[in-house]
Design a binder for this molecule. Sequence first.
Ligand SMILES: [Zn+2]
Length: 172
Amino acid sequence: MITINSKIYKFCPYCSKALKIKIEEFKERQWCADCNWTYYPHVASAVGAVIINNGKVLMVKREREPYKGTWMFPAGFVDYGEHPEDTLIREVKEETGLRIMEYRYFILLQAPDDPRSPGHFSIFYQVINYTGELTNNDTEENQNIQWFPINNLPSIGWESHNKVAKILISTN
Ligand SMILES: [Zn+2]
């Protein structure tokens, strides 16, 4: 469990009337009496890709805030309705040009340090097999893309990506 504060809304997003408070299962919930809409705070999800080849892992250097100029594993938010496995394939293709053939679940972490989407789930997969040529496809998002020896990684920003790096270092 991490400590994050959900947004407090003043008005119903559907009818614009002022929200009220109701008690549901001993919890206070913001609620619209007109629409009968209840606000359940929830977090977003992101997917990260751990791509290892010959003892080296693929990382991208951020071109944007937060953590601009630090390195991370290729990653992105899950689109609405998208399965995280589809996010993995889409994001890796978008950011690296590589086409994922085989992967396995690695770890699920929480990201308390992202002001854009506090507390989002960060789902990491390890890529077992891929094809294609490496290219920095998304220069708006990444200023660089590079393989690093697992025992000599660059400066990583995100907490969750640092945790994954520690696991890699301790298991490789
Ligand atoms: Zn309403």
